[in-house]
Write a protein that binds this ligand. Structure first.
Ligand code: ATP
Length: 358
C-alpha cells in the first residue's frame, strides 16, 4: 500500500479560484518526491493541503490507507521547512533545535542526545552556542532543517527551502538535504520551481502547470520520455529546441534539408500527413557535421558561449533560433554556416494541437 495517496484532490479558494485540479499521486514510504513547475502552478497549495494547513476542497488524502482529510497537522506527523526559515532570534542554535522537543515535555537527556545527533548530521556541532544572527544564510537554513528533522516525523515537507541562498550555497545544501534524507529515511515532498533541484534530488518528479499534473516520473523518465511540449521544455537546461512544421509525404523541411520522419515514426507519421507537428531535440543531441542515421540541418551561427566543459552555439535556421551544445574544442566561427545533425532516435515529435508526444 502507498504511504501517501492523493485521489482527485482539488483546491478551490474562497474567491472561486481553482488552483489545483484532480491531483492524483501516490508516494511510497521513504521516497523523495519533488513538485516542480513555474510560479503559480499550484505546488505550494498542494503541499499545504498535504500539511493540513489548507482545506482540501474535493478529493481524498490518505496516509497509510487512512483517510486523513480532516486530520490536524500534528496527527499527520509532518514537519515542514519553509522558504523563510524564521529562527528564534534570541535563542542559541542549541535552543532553536531543542525548543520543539521541550514543548512536548521530552526528557532533557533525550533532547540533548537528539540535538547533538542532529547537529552532527548537519555540521552544526561547532555552532550550537551561537545566535542565529552570527550564522551565514546556509548555516541558518541548516538550523531550520535541523528543527524539522529532530522531530522524527514520518513526512517531511519543504517549500522552496533554498531560495534565499546564493548559487553556491544552494548546490551544497542540495546534496546535504539528499544526504539527510538518506539518513532519516523520511518520506519527503520538496517544492521548487528549479528544474535542476528537481533533477538532482528527486526519486520521482511531479511536473505541474496551471494547477494540473503534467507528468510523474523519475528524473530519467521526465527527461528522456517527456509526455508533452511543456515537460520537454521545462526539464533540461538549455531547454529543448522546438520547430513547427507541416508534414508532406512523411517529411518536413528544416534548414535546407528534407527530413524523413518515417524513419522516426514509421507507422504513426501517416496520421499527420498535411498536418502541423512540433519537431523537438535537445541541444546536446546536435552533432557538428553529417552523420549516419541522423537528420542534417544547415544553419547560421549567431552566438557562441564557451562554458568550459562544453559550449552553447546559438544558430538561426531561416529565422528560427535553436541552440546546440558542442565540445569546447569545436566551437564554430560566428556568422559561419554550419551543418549539424540530430540522431533520428533523439528527435521528439509532438502533436501541434494537443502538444502531447506522438
Ligand atoms: P510559487 O512558486 O510562486 O509559490 P506555486 O506553484 O507554489 O507558486 P501556489 O502558491 O500554490 O503556486 O498558487 C497557485 C495559484 O493559486 C496561484 O495562481 C495563486 O495566485 C493562487 N492562490 C494562492 N493562494 C490563494 C488564496 N488564498 N486565494 C486565492 N488564490 C490563491
Amino acid at each position: 500500500m502507498a504511504y501517501l495517496t492523493l485521489k482527485n484532490v482539488n483546491k478551490i479558494y474562497p474567491n472561486g479560484f481553482h488552483a489545483v485540479h484532480d491531483f492524483n499521486f501516490e508516494a511510497e514510504k521513504g521516497e523523495f518526491i519533488v513538485f516542480v513547475g513555474p510560479s503559480g502552478c499550484g505546488k505550494s497549495t498542494t503541499l499545504r493541503m498535504i500539511a493540513g494547513l489548507e482545506d482540501i476542497s474535493k478529493g481524498e488524502f490518505l496516509i497509510n490507507g487512512q483517510l486523513a482529510n480532516q486530520w490536524g497537522p500534528r496527527e499527520r506527523e509532518i514537519a515542514m521547512v519553509f522558504q523563510s526559515y524564521a529562527l528564534y532570534p534570541n535563542m542559541t542554535v542549541y535552543d532553536n533545535l531543542a525548543f520543539g522537543l521541550s514543548l512536548q515535555g521530552i526528557d532533557e537527556d533525550v533532547i540533548d542526545e537528539r540535538v547533538q545527533k542532529t547537529a552532527k548530521i548537519l555540521g552544526l556541532t561547532d555552532y550550537l552556542d551561537r545566535m542565529p544572527r552570527a550564522l551565514s544564510g546556509g548555516q541558518r537554513q541548516r538550523v531550520a532543517v535541523g528543527r524539522s528533522i529532530i522531530r522524527k516525523v514520518g513526512i517531511f515537507l519543504m517549500d522552496e527551502p533554498l531560495s534565499n541562498l546564493d548559487a553556491k550555497q544552494r548546490v551544497t545544501m542540495r546534496s546535504e538535504i539528499t544526504q539527510i534524507h538518506r539518513e532519516t529515511g523520511a518520506t519527503t515532498i520538496y517544492v521548487t520551481h528549479d528544474q535542476t533541484e528537481a533533477m538532482t534530488m528527486a526519486d520521482r518528479i511531479v511536473v505541474m502547470k496551471d494547477g494540473y499534473v503534467q507528468q510523474v516520473g523519475t528524473p530519467r523518465e521526465v527527461y528522456f520520455n517527456p509526455s508533452n511540449v511543456f515537460v520537454a521544455g521545462f526539464i533540461g537546461e538549455p531547454p529543448m529546441n522546438f520547430v513547427r512544421r507541416t508534414v508532406s509525404n512523411g517529411c518536413i523541411e528544416l534548414g535546407g534539408h528534407m527530413l524523413d520522419l518515417k524513419k522516426r515514426l514509421p507507422k504513426k507519421i501517416a496520421d499527420y500527413e498535411g498536418k502541423e507537428i512540433i519537431f523537438g531535440f535537445r541541444p546536446e543531441a546536435g552533432q557538428l557535421g553529417e552523420n549516419e542515421n541522423a537528420y542534417p540541418v544547415t544553419a547560421t551561427v549567431e552566438l557562441t558561449e564557451m562554458l568550459g566543459d562544453n559550449a552553447n552555439v546559438y544558430v538561426d535556421i531561416a529565422g528560427e533560433k535553436v541552440i546546440i551544445k558542442v565540445s569546447p574544442h569545436e566551437i564554430p566561427q560566428m556568422d559561419s554556416e554550419i551543418t549539424f545533425s540530430i540522431p533520428v532516435e533523439n528527435v521528439y515529435l509532438f502533436d501541434a494541437q494537443t502538444e502531447n508526444v506522438i
